[in-house]
Design a protein around this ligand. Structure first.
Ligand SMILES: Nc1ncnc2c1ncn2[C@@H]1O[C@H](COP(=O)(O)OP(=O)(O)OP(=O)(O)O)[C@@H](O)[C@H]1O
Length: 346
């Protein structure tokens, strides 16, 4: 478990002082993956460096296993930092060392014996599925394999926290998928608290349990993925719901996106709504994804504009959440997008 309490980071002083992290607080439990997202310049990398104490925060606490790392002197901190393993963007492996030698590095610094290092490195490379690549140099590995070596190295000192800083940036879809699957396995098997920093929203729903959006150095939204994706008022939730291309909406009709969690909504919801309203309801686009083992549906449908309130009311009775369809998908500017809280509340 890792806890950040009122963390701030200010660079410079006096007139040139810039506060890059402003009162950040969150907790990540063992067996939890927290994704941290945010636009470029929001403070994600600074947060990563303060979290693993590569950079001293200006104020606030980083508490791991009940101990405040920010209160420690250099010697104790060196030991305590082992509890946080970090995987950086592009793994930053040493090019003249083989995969095995890269993984061995933290153990060598610790003064582990050659025999115990060899055994542990074998175990770690096996864990990330790369035992057969032990003797390969970084340039002989794919980007995804290098990142998995990075994970093995980050795990060498048996941390309780794993920090993944933009580690899937630039990976192809298959390597990203393998990386994300490995992260969830490690979360469960090793009971890790994982902080997954990314700018790739599509990875978040696939891997994270909770998500925090950072903007201007502050956490502006934070919650469980399952809650956010169903919250029609959450801009983070909306950003997390992938939108495939939808067909255009005809004149006099309105595109509405219906979001539901299949655990709580009847499978024949569309038929029921059509019967209830005496309408045939064309589907313009659809996505179904799984969050936390529960399938979520995201359907864009076309509804006659004068029946929108009735549709929203009937949908609400079936525990469906209704959101305006993205304006870019509309063929004709048939109506103003729904903007007020009341209009989209079901
Ligand atoms: N050492 C520093 N001194 C002064 N300002 C800094 C320093 N490091 C970062 N900043 C500033 O802090 C802000 C946040 O930077 P940071 O790299 O943490 O953002 P980010 O969210 O990781 O961005 P990106 O996604 O583009 O990497 C930026 O405005 C940056 O210029």
């Amino acid at each position: 478990m890792i806890e950040l309490v009122n963390l701030t980071k200010t660079f410079g002083s006096g007139k040139t002082a810039t506060t890059v992290l402003d009162d950040i607080s969150f907790t990540v439990d063992a067996r939890e993956i927290l994704a941290v997202v945010g636009p470029s310049g929001a403070g994600k990398s600074t947060l990563a460096r303060c979290l693993n104490l590569l950079e001293r925060p200006t104020s606030g606490q980083v508490i791991v296993g009940g101990e405040d790392l920010t209160a420690m002197g250099a010697a104790r901190l060196r030991d305590a930092r082992r509890r946080i393993g970090t995987v950086f963007q592009s793994a930053s492996l040493l090019s003249r060392r083989t995969a095995a030698e890269n993984v061995a590095l933290p153990l060598e610094y610790l003064g582990a014996t050659k025999a115990s290092t060899r055994a542990r490195v074998g175990e770690l490379l096996d864990r990330v599925g790369l035992l057969d690549k032990a003797g390969h140099y970084p340039h002989q590995l794919s980007g995804g394999q290098r990142q998995r070596v990075g994970i093995a190295r980050a795990l060498a000192l048996t941390p309780s926290v794993l920090l993944s800083d933009e580690a899937t940036s630039g990976l192809d879809p298959d390597s990203t998928e393998t990386y994300l699957r490995l992260l969830t396995e490690l979360r469960d098997d090793l009971r890790l608290a994982v902080v997954f920093i990314t700018h790739e929203m599509d990875t978040v729903v696939r891997v994270a349990d909770t998500v925090g959006r950072i903007d201007g150095g502050r956490i502006v939204e934070h919650g469980a993925i399952t809650d956010l994706v169903l919250d029609p008022h959450s801009s983070l939730g909306r950003a997390l719901r992938p939108r495939g291309p939808a067909a255009g909406v005809g004149r006099g009709h309105t595109g509405l996106t219906v979001v539901y969690n299949s655990a709580t909504v009847p499978a024949d919801w569309l038929t029921r709504l059509g019967t209830r309203l005496g309408l045939s309801i064309p589907v313009l686009g659809a996505n179904v994804q799984t969050v936390d083992g529960v399938p979520f549906g995201d359907f864009t449908v076309s509804v006659p504009s004068d029946r929108v309130p009735a549709f929203i009311s009937a949908a609400g009775e079936l525990s469906l959440t209704v959101d305006p369809a993205p304006p870019a998908q509309s063929a004709a500017p048939a109506r103003e997008p729904l903007t007020t809280r009341d209009e989209v509340t079901v």
